[in-house]
Ligand binder design. Structure first.
Ligand code: AMP
Length: 145
């Protein structure tokens, strides 16, 4: 905890994914980071990248962990862009409820973008798990290409 950040709560849903207590459509994993599909995508291919080390948000994260997440963001971002033949990518990250955060384990969003196609609403609706599985497979294939 830092002076202006509440303590990390290990009961959060991404901590449960990291412990294998709930499933996720994983696209990439290494010693320090995990990337998986967002269950309420704001666009086709919406992917989340998280550090394995506990951190509530950007402000209390360890710099080494942030560096690992940044490397994974670039690696997975390239694959997401290729997998969805996107024109661009939007990457975003929220801190604390006032900043729009709803899950209190640091995460970065990657959304592939097409010219003229707006982002869907944040937490708009659950995606079909079979569709998410197919999208995850496309990204994994792009990572291996
Ligand atoms: P935020 O904290 O505002 O950045 O939003 C949390 C994000 O996590 C939202 O985009 C949710 O759709 C997503 N999310 C919530 N629960 C899960 C889950 N179990 N697996 C994957 N994504 C999730």
């Amino acid at each position: 905890m830092t002076a202006d950040t509440p303590a990390y709560d290990p009961g959060n849903i991404f901590a449960k994914i990291l412990r294998g207590e709930i499933p996720a459509q994983t696209v990439y994993e290494d010693a320090d980071t995990l990337a998986f599909m967002d269950v309420m995508p704001q666009g086709e291919g919406h992917t989340l990248v998280i550090p394995k080390a506990p951190a509530r948000g950007l402000l209390d994260a360890d710099p080494a962990s942030l560096a690992a997440v940044t490397a994974t963001l670039q690696r997975v971002g390239r694959a997401v862009k290729a997998a969805f033949d996107a024109d661009g990518l939007t990457v975003f990250q929220y801190n604390e409820p006032a900043g729009g955060q709803t899950v209190f384990h640091l995460h970065f969003h990657i959304v592939p973008r097409r010219e003229g196609v707006p982002l869907k609403r944040h937490e708009g609706g659950m995606a079909d798990p079979e569709v998410l599985a197919k999208h995850a497979a496309r990204i994994r294939a792009a990572l291996e290409a």
